[in-house]
Design a protein around this ligand. Structure first.
Ligand code: HEC
Length: 246
């Protein structure tokens, strides 16, 4: 041992002596182990798992929050979803233009404790060929099934309901869709038709949620007017007792 240690380092065949085997083995083991750790971390970042991922930098990815319909002790009523604050309007939802967004004006009548409303005439968007084409498309999608392509009240749904009623199917209570081209509907203010689309009328349901864009609704009003111009003037239909009342 002593004699080996005493040997001075020297070149063997012009090279330094190679690193001992145990050192190389140890280095290789360390490198492999560190790679294993890295591989494990990468796997936990990318693989499909049922537990939340390993998340080294939290940022704001995980935080305490209240989800829809959950309970909370923060508010007295225990609801996590908060109602609108009275007297406030969400950004972009002011919709201050009565004519464009509602088709009527309403003022509070203090004496009678109710709103006085007036339907407005005129279509508050530019009526051109493109608008009428858009109205035709929307009408044929949302209104035609009941009112028919010509608006005279004989769409496929109406025809089928008529047939079921004629066949005496139990529980069939059907109000015929109005003829949109009769005298009464010709005389309605534009805003009245607009409001019928948005909120429905009598036995007709509302379509405001399906047709949300006010321009689309006015396009339908314009198209209904076009149908009226192109149709023969008819007396209000008296096919069913309900329709006669309309
Ligand atoms: C599911 C069938 C159905 C659909 C779809 C439908 N309507 Fe109607 N509509 C009716 C019925 C039924 C009435 C008559 C209601 C009553 O008299 O109780 C009516 C009545 C009307 C009237 C007459 C209101 C008045 O002034 O007396 C208008 C205008 C009208 N609909 C427009 C539309 C438009 C525009 C659409 C498409 C956005 C549409 N409807 C979609 C069934 C429908």
């Amino acid at each position: 041992m002593a004699s080996r240690q005493a040997k001075p380092q020297r070149l063997i065949n012009g090279r330094f002596p190679s690193v001992p085997f145990w050192m190389r083995a140890l280095a290789l083991t360390f490198i492999s182990l560190s790679l294993l750790v890295a591989a494990g971390v990468l796997r936990s970042r990318g693989a499909m798992m049922h537990e939340p991922r390993v998340h080294f930098v939290q940022d704001m990815d995980n935080q305490v929050k209240l989800k829809t319909q959950h309970k909370t002790d923060v508010f007295a009523d225990g609801r996590a979803s908060r109602p609108q604050v009275p007297g406030t309007v969400a950004m972009g939802q002011l919709n201050a233009d009565d004519h464009l967004f509602r088709g009527f004006t309403a003022t509070w009548n203090v004496q009678q404790n109710k709103y006085d409303s007036t339907f407005l005439d005129g279509i508050p968007v530019k009526v051109d060929e493109a608008l009428l084409k858009r109205g035709q498309l929307r009408f044929n999608t949302y209104c035609m099934p009941c009112h028919g392509y010509t608006g005279q009240g004989v769409g496929p749904v109406a025809a089928r309901a008529d047939k079921l009623q004629r066949d005496g199917v139990a529980g069939m209570l059907w109000t015929a869709p109005s003829n949109l081209t009769d005298e009464l509907r010709r005389g309605r203010p534009d805003g009245h038709i607009y409001n019928t689309i948005v909120n429905g009328i009598r036995n007709m349901g509302p379509y405001g949620a399906s047709i949300q864009n006010p321009t689309d609704r006015w396009a339908i009003v314009a198209y209904v007017r076009a149908l009226q111009v192109s149709a023969p003037v008819a007396k209000p239909a008296a096919a069913t007792p309900q329709a006669a009342v309309n």
